[in-house]
Design a protein around this ligand. Structure first.
Ligand SMILES: CC(=O)SCCNC(=O)CCNC(=O)[C@H](O)C(C)(C)COP(=O)(O)OP(=O)(O)OC[C@H]1O[C@@H](n2cnc3c(N)ncnc32)[C@H](O)[C@@H]1OP(=O)(O)O
Length: 410
């Protein structure tokens, strides 16, 4: 088999994207989704594999800046649209694209690559570690009550057309990014994705609705959601599917959830992607009737290990030497001393000093945003402690007061 791996030409996008759709089962995305993805695709960062004139592999990357503990926004490749044609699987095509892509990311000077995986087993071999989780809830709003903080009644709610509210929504999102490790700051055009409303996403529910939360005339939060009416012999039992609920303060946040909980003719609120430390958990009267499930979300790959570890802040002073293995990006291999002082300023440099902890780059990726403890990785045998106390020290330093979370997929 002779194949050619190269950068996508803009004129080839339709065929390239069609090949991706086929690898995901063959259902075509809606015209509005296709148009948006075409506009967001960074062609010079998108690669494909051709077998003759057929596209048999695709992989893209978005130029994001990712919020990390401490609030810095670190350049990160948002890896996306990865596929290999069913006719060409398990012959190393994905591996060759990952090779090319990580070399390109390094050449661009981005310390991080991040992705969400269709299946968790795929990307560990390329050095990606599961760094954030997402929580979904299905709340019985007939039984679960909310206790809201002072000030909630002072919030004014009003409906807005999602398309018309998109700049306002984006303004709120942008204010929240730095405070949430794992949240990407996107380039222009991404605001349209927040209100994209294809028929396929509705699954029998209404078009996307939007409510803005205001205080003193200023927008302090928003909820986007769909309403899925349902009736049985006993009457209405509709469902609210919350897409995004974001607010700048506790009262606005509580007001938005209270609104969703109290919409007439509904008895369930469902949310599919919430942070595991969601304040909502402290507003509800009965957390068991929220039917919580948790799964992996964002995977992080340290592409330039030293630059990546220096870019984030640490929660406590730390001085540890890591012995790092990284078979896929061997430039990261070896011993690195990470030091951070009480003010959070960090340095990560190569050293010949004896190692305190032995681990692979995948574990560092998992721990990087503070959502996976070094201690839990050590208990799984994935981090080896070579100096007593080093696991504790690194665990505390890497932890984050705010759970990392990817608010919006890509
Ligand atoms: C960020 C994103 O876009 S995630 C989306 C990923 N895409 C999809 O899930 C679409 C459907 N699947 C596919 O297109 C393909 O099966 C891919 C891209 C997942 C794999 O492509 P392939 O070219 O078959 O992978 P490749 O041959 O390079 O395999 C490399 C290794 O990964 C393993 N591997 C590949 N796919 C999987 C999988 N789904 N689960 C577990 N292991 C896998 C292979 O067995 C191989 O292991 P080895 O090195 O021990 O032999």
């Amino acid at each position: 088999m002779t194949t050619e791996l190269r950068v996508l030409r803009p004129s080839e996008w339709n065929e390239w994207f069609g090949s991706l759709e086929l690898a995901f089962g063959g259902l075509a995305e809606s015209p509005e989704e296709r148009e948006l993805w075409d506009a967001l695709t960074e062609h010079e960062r998108s690669i494909g594999i051709w077998d003759g004139s057929d596209v048999v592999g695709t992989a893209g990357a978005f130029s994001f800046r990712l919020a990390v503990p401490g609030g810095a926004l670190v350049p990160a490749a948002g890896v996306t649209m990865v596929s290999v044609a069913a006719t060409h699987r398990r012959r190393g095509l994905l591996t060759s694209m990952m090779r090319r892509q990580l070399d390109d990311v390094r050449a661009l000077g981005e310390p991080l690559a991040v992705l969400t995986a269709s299946e968790p087993a795929i990307y560990g071999r390329f050095g990606y570690g599961a760094a954030t989780k997402q929580m979904s809830l299905e709340i019985d709003t007939d039984r679960v009550r909310l206790t809201v903080p002072d000030g909630t009644d002072g919030i004014r709610l009003r409906y807005a057309k999602p398309d018309e509210a998109l700049t306002t929504i984006e303004g709120v999102y942008e204010q929240l990014v730095a405070g949430r490790p794992g949240a990407p700051a996107h380039g222009p055009g991404w605001e349209r994705k927040a209100v994209l409303d294809p028929e396929s996403a509705r699954r029998g529910a209404s078009p996307l609705q939007c409510v803005l939360a205001e205080r003193d005339g200023g927008v302090v939060g928003y909820a986007t959601f769909r309403n899925k009416p349902e009736w049985d012999a006993a009457g209405p039992k509709g469902r609210i599917v919350a897409d995004d609920v974001s607010a700048l303060d506790p009262a606005a946040y509580a007001a938005l959830w209270r609104f969703l909980f109290e919409i007439d003719l509904t008895s369930t609120v469902e949310a599919r992607n919430r942070p595991v430390d969601d304040a909502l958990l402290h507003l509800v009267s009965d957390v068991r009737r929220c039917n919580i499930t948790v799964r992996d979300s964002l995977y992080v790959r340290l592409v330039e290990l030293g630059a990546a570890l220096e870019a984030r802040a640490y929660r406590a002073p730390v001085d540890v030497v890591f012995e790092v293995t990284d078979a896929f990006c061997p430039w990261n291999e070896g011993r690195w001393r990470l030091t951070a002082d009480a003010k959070g300023g960090a340095s990560c440099k190569r050293t010949d000093d004896p190692a305190d902890l032995a681990l692979s780059v995948r574990e560092l990726g998992a721990a990087y945003l503070g959502g996976t403890s070094v201690d839990s990785l050590a208990r799984a045998g994935r981090v080896r402690e070579l100096r007593a106390g080093a696991v504790d020290e690194a665990s505390l330093a890497f932890s984050s007061a705010v759970e990392p979370w990817l608010p919006r997929g890509f």
